[in-house]
Design a protein around this ligand. Structure first.
Ligand code: ADP
Ligand code: MG
Length: 694
């Protein structure tokens, strides 16, 4: 392998490459576009396109694609060749500024949630110069935003970019009143990605894994994660070679993969890159998920990104580490040493507390999928109740500021906050609380409710815009204030008092928390249909409109798409369960019963006088289970017909309330039967085979 410094970003049309391939004047314009979102004029874009094409061709590219993130949650690409005919009729490689900046794919088959009717099939893809183009295989990938003909966003990138702009604008306003000059404030995001790796041959034997990406049946393995012997354990050679190739591929694409380790469940692992600006982190996470799957395949493995591939053991999540950085790299969430730094820190902290409390529902919605519903609230996953962990010390300081009471000796300066200083907050004193969905971890917040296959865009759209909204109300007050210091004090005091119910430093996995959260009036929304209607609450529409992140039509579209995705994926799971039960499990149960019956008969035939307890008990139990199973099948099939005639919210509700219950019942019975049958009689690989397949 080449040195990492040589390899890193080798397939990226990076600033370094641009500098060598563009004239100084063009490069300066591109840099301005990247930093300040300025528009590129036509001549400049032609020059960039030409350089980009020459560079890509030198790397073996023959095609380019506008790479975008439709509402399916995965990325989309359509390849166009650079090939063209010159006026003399010769074949040339061509790529214009116009082609770089804008594409018009036929977008009729992407979900639009009603924003676009099929006869207006065209959509636009628009180059996002803030995320670098790259070559993968023989294709030049150009990151783009995707919108409908009418201009409405039908992707995940457009609102993310809008939310970053909104946040930057309001943060800059607030900082300005505090005497800190910066042109932009960027949300910085580091994503810890969990995943499972299992053997491809074993995977191929399970229809549920192939169709749904998770097991829909399976009795527990005698051993799974009880001994905690996988977490941070020695990495097996086959996994190690997967990780090496994965890292190399990611580095080539400029993705700064850094940390890798085994996770809690058998066959579960984690990868974390170094944090980057939110938009780039989102693109890179999409690429990481895709590459994980491709590299796994090359190693005879399958990478499962589903949130709950196996019942009873940990599911996979994604931690969104989030902070705010100014142009000069100052982290606004880093507790500082000087009075000014601390004013900034506590003020931004308060904005986040206000944002998370007011928009708990949106954070919950941002991770709402049928598959993440299976994980949240389960083993080692955050509960569905959104709360924030700040740690005792930080909470104490805020309590003191907000109640104008004194702290102990070390922190007593806090009393004079308005005129002198606020206490220096010791970074390392934040205890780690793994049970909190939204934890302060020293100089960043870590949001842990994301499912492993969620795009990080939705969460960051919600977070950025909610914080922008809070900051905008602070800026309104600060811009009118004559004494900034006491105005900051006043803001922290009122807002903290109004929103401190969201802070919870205790055990988020405990049942007491559910009761306590209810007393505090916090939302507890277990399922996707439970939470989605909140998206259209008046306060949320108002926030999205004021920050300019989503229009009313876009909110409605997203609501429809998320509901539809929920219903569709649940019904695919239900159909897969029915298929497996009818074609694989019930016949296997009958066959095993027959074997036992034959055994009984044989004993009788040769005159053995035996009680045959084993055979009789198992035959009887299997008979009971298969009869119940058959009844559940009949009921489920009836309900699937009923649900075909229901639409929208009612459909999702019916699936969650009726169909899901039957699916669980079906699984319960089949899993009970599995335990009764001999290993070879069972048609599919068991949990012990799956979990210890590598
Ligand atoms: P953990 O102990 O939870 O694994 P780490 O310190 O290893 O936490 O960080 C996990 C992720 O957080 C990494 O992707 C890292 O780059 C990212 N991270 C670190 N500092 C910041 C920051 N200031 N802003 C955003 N992300 C950060
Ligand atoms: Mg972490």
């Amino acid at each position: 392998m080449a040195g990492m410094d040589e390899l890193f970003g080798i397939d990226v049309f990076s600033k370094k490459v641009m500098k060598t391939m563009l004239s100084a004047e063009v490069f300066k314009k591109v840099e301005e576009t990247m930093n300040e979102g300025k528009k590129l004029d036509r001549e400049i874009s032609d020059a960039v396109a030409s350089a980009m094409k020459n560079w890509a061709v030198s790397k073996g590219a023959t095609h380019y694609t506008h790479w975008f993130q439709p509402m399916t949650g995965i990325t989309a690409e359509k390849h166009d060749g650079f090939i063209a005919f010159s006026s003399g009729g010769n074949v040339i490689m061509d790529f214009s500024g116009k082609e770089l900046i804008k594409g018009e794919p036929d977008a009729s088959s992407f979900p639009s949630g009603g924003l676009r009717s099929t006869f207006e099939a065209r959509g636009y893809t628009v180059w996002d110069p803030t995320s670098y183009a790259f070559v993968k295989g023989k294709i030049l990938y150009i990151p783009t935003a995707f919108c409908a003909f009418s201009g409405e966003a039908i992707d995940k990138k457009t609102p993310l970019l809008r939310s970053m702009d909104a946040l930057s604008k309001q943060a800059v306003r607030v900082l300005d009143t505090l005497g800190i000059k910066t042109r932009r404030v960027l949300p910085m995001v580091g994503v810890e990605q969990e995943y499972f790796l299992i053997d491809k041959e074993v995977y191929k034997k399970r229809k549920d894994l192939i169709i749904c990406g998770r097991t829909l049946f399976g009795a527990p393995s005698p051993k799974d994660q009880q001994l905690d012997d996988h977490y941070f354990g020695m990495i097996k050679p086959r996994i190690q070679s997967f990780m090496e190739e994965l890292n190399e591929t990611l580095w080539r694409l400029g993705i700064p993969a850094k940390t890798e380790h085994n996770e809690v469940a058998p066959s579960q692992h984690e990868l974390a890159p170094i944090y980057e600006s939110c938009n780039i982190a989102a693109d890179h996470n999409q690429l990481t998920m895709e590459i994980m799957q491709k590299v796994a395949d090359k190693h005879g493995l399958v990478c499962l990104l589903n949130e709950k591939p196996f019942a009873g053991v940990n599911g996979s999540g994604k931690h969104n580490n989030w902070s705010l950085a100014t142009d000069s790299g100052l982290n606004l969430l880093s507790p500082g040493k000087t009075e000014q730094e601390n004013l900034v820190f506590y003020l931004f902290l308060t904005a986040i507390i206000k944002a998370v409390d007011e928009f708990q529902d949106l954070l919950r919605i941002s991770v709402a999928t049928s598959t993440n519903d299976n994980r949240l609230g389960g083993s080692e996953a955050p509960p569905v109740i959104v709360s924030m962990f700040l740690g005792e010390e930080l909470t104490e300081v805020l309590d003191a500021i907000a109640s104008d009471t004194s702290l102990n000796e070390r922190k007593k300066n806090v009393m004079k906050f308005g005129v002198t200083s606020i206490p220096e907050f010791v970074k390392d004193s934040t205890d780690r609380n793994r049970t909190s969905p939204f934890a302060f971890t020293g100089n960043k917040f870590e949001f842990r409710m994301l499912g492993s296959q969620n795009s990080i865009s939705c969460t960051n759209i919600m977070l950025n815009s909610a914080v922008a909204y809070a900051l905008s109300s602070f800026a309104d007050r600060l811009e009118k204030a004559s004494d900034i210091s006491s105005c900051v004090h006043e803001i922290i005091k009122t807002e903290y008092n109004n929103h401190k119910r969201i802070i919870f430093n205790g055990n988020g996995y405990g049942d007491e928390w559910v009761k306590e959260a209810k007393n505090r009036g916090l939302l507890n929304l277990p399922s996707t249909p439970d939470c989605l209607p909140y998206l259209r609450e008046e306060k949320n529409i108002k926030m999205f409109l004021e920050t300019g992140v989503l229009s009313s039509a876009e909110i409605d579209a997203r609501y429809n798409i998320q509901l539809e995705n929920y219903s569709k994926s649940m019904l695919i799971e239900a159909a897969t369960m029915l298929d497996m039960t009818k074609k694989e499990y019930l016949p296997a149960i009958c066959k095993y019963q027959k074997e036992l019956v034959e055994n009984l008969k044989l004993k009788k035939d040769i005159g053995i006088d035996s009680k045959s307890k084993y055979e009789i008990a198992v035959i009887t139990k299997l008979d009971e289970l298969s009869s119940i199973t058959y009844e559940v099948i009949e009921e489920l099939e009836k309900d699937i017909v009923i649900v075909k005639n229901i639409e929208g919210y009612d459909k999702a509700r019916y699936i969650s309330d009726v169909i899901k219950v039957l699916m669980n019942k079906l699984r319960e019975n089949i899993d009970k039967a599995e335990v009764l049958c001999k290993e070879e009689a069972w048609p599919l690989p068991s949990y012990s085979t799956l979990l210890f397949s590598v």
